[in-house]
Design a protein around this ligand. Structure first.
Ligand SMILES: Nc1ncnc2c1ncn2[C@@H]1O[C@H](COP(=O)(O)OP(=O)(O)OP(=O)(O)O)[C@@H](O)[C@H]1O
Ligand SMILES: [Mg+2]
Length: 368
């Protein structure tokens, strides 16, 4: 056990009638961390969260919070609060009374209830809305009331299941940052579940990428994005070009991977052996796209870290544009270019021939 582990999950397994929903998960979470479980539908996120909350009993394994084994602690005695996807505010109660609900149920003195609710209203910036009913609030405001209610009892651990799932995309993006700020300000340790990678990236200090009940990779958002450990993770987080190839050169400072029509020179952290089958992952934004002729130097046919092709697709996203560059072999490279210039001189368009190039630090070489 690491010294600062506040929440410790050890070899947790959950079987439902022979179906393994959570498969031997172990993780130490430090105090104050915001930890996200990220994965596609059915991978076991909610099940793991429900075991933390005590709504499900693990088939095997242990969960300890601040050194205390939670096994025999019923949900209502656990020092944690779970906020569900449909945050279910009481429609007939005012914002104030919604936040006060759990405190009154615990028979806190009236003054204490008032002080805490007011502090919570201030925290989520809803002081002027205390008297309103939930239906008189926007979705994002309701969500903040639910968060205030979850935090009012000062839980040691906050569990959020798809906290922003009920909001539309635009509102979700705004609320993500607000929610992250509130959680950080309070300093509460938080485990959140999401299948939205942007939500995980913006809110969490660490992310566990889950698949079929297991943790495939755990790391800080940038770590997961820039150095994915496997094809699955590279492909699951963001966009990526995956190219299968063979390691043909293995030097101290670089390796060369032959992917047929593209040869990659990779200048960082690879240990492999010649002849080994690998996959090169290359993010679209790490590629530069240029028109024919812009490059004055002669470019070899099968260049290293570059490719020649024809633009087959263009998707304009406002701040960036995604191009599909088809090579003679038929391979398509996805390339994204940020639209720095408002009125570019001669924009690339359908059917243009173009060169793609990238540096030897742009790729990740994957062996699994
Ligand atoms: N009470 C249950 N009884 C039987 N099977 C269950 C039960 N709860 C969950 N499962 C199964 O366990 C697996 C994991 O479910 P879980 O709800 O944890 O997924 P999830 O990752 O939260 O998915 P989503 O993103 O769709 O919410 C699924 O195959 C699900 O059908
Ligand atoms: Mg779920």
């Amino acid at each position: 056990m690491s010294a600062e582990a506040f929440l410790q999950i050890k070899n947790i397994v959950k079987d439902f009638d022979g179906h393994r929903a959570v498969d031997n998960v172990s993780i130490d979470i430090a105090k104050g961390e915001v930890f996200a479980l990220l994965g596609s539908s059915g991978c076991g996120k909610t099940t793991l969260l429900r075991m933390l909350a005590g709504f499900e009993t693990p088939t095997s394994g242990t969960i300890t919070l601040d050194g205390r084994d939670l096994a025999d602690l019923p949900p209502y005695e656990r020092p944690m609060n779970m906020m569900f996807q449909s945050y279910a505010l009481f429609p007939h109660l005012s914002v104030f009374d919604n936040i006060a609900f759990g405190l009154r149920r615990d028979h806190l003195p009236k003054d204490e209830v008032r002080t805490r609710v007011e502090a919570m209203l201030k925290l989520v910036q809803l002081e002027p809305y205390a008297k309103r009913k939930p239906h008189q609030l926007s979705g994002g405001q309701q969500q903040r009331v639910a968060l205030a209610r979850s935090l009012a009892k000062k839980p040691q651990l906050l569990l959020l299941d798809e906290p922003l799932g009920a909001l539309d995309k635009k509102l979700r993006e705004e609320t993500q940052i607000e929610l992250a700020n509130i959680v950080h300000d309070v300093g509460v340790t938080c485990v959140m579940v999401t299948h939205d990678q942007e939500e995980a990236m913006t809110m969490a200090s660490r992310i566990a990428v889950m698949s079929e009940g297991r943790f495939l990779q755990v790391g800080a958002p940038a770590e997961i994005y820039e150095t994915p450990a496997s094809r699955f993770v590279a492909d699951f987080i963001g966009n990526v070009n995956l190219m299968d190839g063979t390691l043909v050169e293995d030097e101290a400072d670089h390796v060369v991977v032959d992917c047929g029509d593209i040869r990659h020179r990779v200048g960082h952290g690879i240990t492999g052996t010649r002849g080994m089958a690998v996959t090169v992952a290359l993010r679209p934004e790490k590629i530069r796209l240029r028109r024919d002729g812009l490059k004055s130097t002669a470019v070899p046919e099968a260049g290293i870290n570059r490719a020649h092709g024809t633009i087959k697709e263009i998707a304009y996203f406002g701040s960036f544009t995604v191009y599909h560059l088809q090579m003679a072999s038929g391979r398509v490279l996805k390339i994204s270019q940020s639209n720095v210039d408002r009125q570019p001189g001669a924009p690339l368009t359908w059917g243009n021939a173009a060169w793609a190039s990238w540096t030897d630090l742009a790729q990740v070489v994957l062996t699994q």
